[in-house]
Design a protein around this ligand. Structure first.
Ligand code: G6P
Length: 489
């Protein structure tokens, strides 16, 4: 009946029809609204009252002293209050300065107590750094320590993961693992699948949650689904979780933001504890997600056939990571010089083999996102099946080259590029005297266990993208056309 009116006019009519009861009017309107929304309504005639509702998009209520707040992200509230509550779908909050109440769309009270936020406002400060992205890259050793904290069990060479909500017997029944996420979370899922399959011998793969949700996927009861998300609010990933659950599947979350929609929907999983990530381009959460996958692989592996000695080897590797990250981060000047050298090229290739491939994907993604340089990632073995035609002296190739059992194979890909006079930057570990003469530049990381290589190899590529973006004068923390959390389809 209101077809020719704007949404605001419709609401104004409704408020009038309900005798000025704005919350009744909003609830009535929300029963007919379709699609996702996070909405807050104020009536100019009663400015002391706010009514908020959500379906799919995050709404957070901040509870202060004689003051209340509404935001879509807790980051906006941390300067004002430490007490917050997250609305659920189809829930409405009615606020005035003195307090709040939460109800369902048909006015049934929902008892919601506020929770104390995990990170104070200092964690959201840029400090002395020029950009949040650099701050977050440099925070990786500490973030990694937090992901590991209290989770390594030296006695049984396994991991403690208190939030899985699955018994060892449940986990023994798993025949397959499917990882879902978007963007960098998807790429970390590809790395996670390698880790899980290598250490548990359970077939594992990753798929973009944004595709999965639309293709009417077959859900298997003995498959463990894992949703990965920094924000815990990505609409496509949340929808994929709901799709799995609707069909009776079981989903764990690997999520950074505590209390977020995906964390709550999954009901079990691993919190990454990397701390707030403000810059749009994910950095510390990418590497810490891989650490969380390593913990899960260790735990699942030790339930199955992974030997105590192999578990111990992985634990030793994990414990060394923070200091090894610090070592990489002491080499900023060299990485910056390499970034400056190639920043103005129009294109770049990134190649990696097996677990080096997600590192290549993430390296290329970072360069595209923040430097706006066209970059493509390929599995090194696929180079000869197409992209080799494009290799030329103008296009640098970043070769992810861990010194694992595939090292010699990757060297031959490197030779194919050199034969076409393509500049080569090796991201590698020291120890091969032959290499210096065969590459244009080297970015060196310390040696670790093969399964953990992607974690360390990612750091130089994050910095390459960062310094290239700075050199090109880009808006590093808020790149064009991108959002930190994509809460729409
Ligand atoms: C957006 C961001 C990406 C991020 C992706 C997934 O596209 O720009 O950087 O990787 O969302 O976000 P999530 O919060 O689910 O990890």
């Amino acid at each position: 009946m209101f077809r020719s009116e704007t949404d605001t006019e419709v609401l104004a009519h409704l408020i009038e029809a309900f005798g000025g009861e704005i919350d009744q009017a909003v609830r009535q309107a929300l029963t007919v609204i379709q699609g996702t929304y996070g909405i807050v309504v104020i009536d100019a005639r009663q400015p002391d009252r706010l009514v908020a509702g959500r379906n799919g998009s995050p709404v957070v209520v901040g509870v202060g002293e004689r003051e209340m707040f509404i935001a879509s992200d807790v980051a906006a509230l941390v300067r004002h209050t430490e007490q917050v509550l997250y609305l659920d779908d189809h829930e409405v909050a009615v606020l005035d300065a003195g307090g709040y109440r939460t109800v369902t769309l048909d006015d049934q009270p929902t008892t919601k107590a506020p929770a104390t936020i995990q990170w104070g406002h200092e964690a959201y400060d840029r400090g002395e750094h020029e950009h949040f992205m650099l701050k977050e890259i440099l925070e990786q050793p500490d973030a990694c320590e937090r992901t590991l904290k209290g989770r390594l069990d030296l006695q049984f060479s396994t991991a403690h993961l208190g939030g899985l909500n699955l018994t060892p017997r449940d986990l023994l029944d798993i025949k397959r693992i499917k990882i879902l996420g978007c963007g960098s979370a998807f790429y970390s899922g590809i790395g996670g699948a390698h880790l899980l399959e290598a250490l548990t011998r359970v077939p594992a793969d990753a798929e973009a949650a944004s595709e999965f949700r639309y293709r009417n996927p077959v859900i298997e009861k003995d498959c463990l689904y894992i949703a990965v998300s920094q924000s815990g609010e990505t609409a496509d990933t949340l929808a994929a979780v709901h799709e799995v659950q609707r069909k009776g599947g079981r989903v764990l979350g690997i999520v950074n933001v505590v209390g977020s929609s995906i964390a709550r929907a999954c009901g079990g999983g691993i919190y990454i504890h990397a701390g707030p990530e403000v810059s749009v381009a994910s950095t510390k959460v990418f590497t810490c997600t891989l650490v969380a996958f390593a913990l899960l692989a260790l735990y699942l592996g030790r339930i199955r056939d992974l030997s105590p000695a192999a578990g111990r080897r992985l634990i030793d590797g994990l414990q060394k990571l923070p200091d090894q990250m610090r070592e990489i981060l002491r080499g900023l000047d060299h990485i910056r010089a390499v970034a400056d050298k190639y920043a103005t090229r129009d294109n770049a290739f990134y190649i990696g083999r097996a677990n080096g491939y997600p590192v290549a994907l993430e390296g290329a993604q970072k360069l595209k996102e923040i430097a706006y340089v066209h970059a493509e990632a390929y599995p090194a073995s696929e180079l000869k099946h197409g992209p080799l035609a494009l290799v030329c002296p103008e296009t640098p190739t970043f070769v992810v080259l861990p010194r694992d059992h595939l090292y010699e194979k990757s060297l031959s890909s490197l030779e194919e590029i050199r034969a076409r006079r393509g500049p080569v930057i090796a991201v590698t570990q020291a120890g091969d005297e032959r290499l210096a003469g065969r590459v244009d530049d080297m970015l060196v990381v310390p040696p670790t266990e093969d399964e953990l290589n992607p974690i360390l190899l990612t750091l130089p590529l994050q910095l390459i993208a960062y310094y290239a973006a700075v050199r090109l004068g880009r808006d590093v923390d808020q790149p064009r056309n991108l959002a930190k959390s994509v809460t729409v389809e």
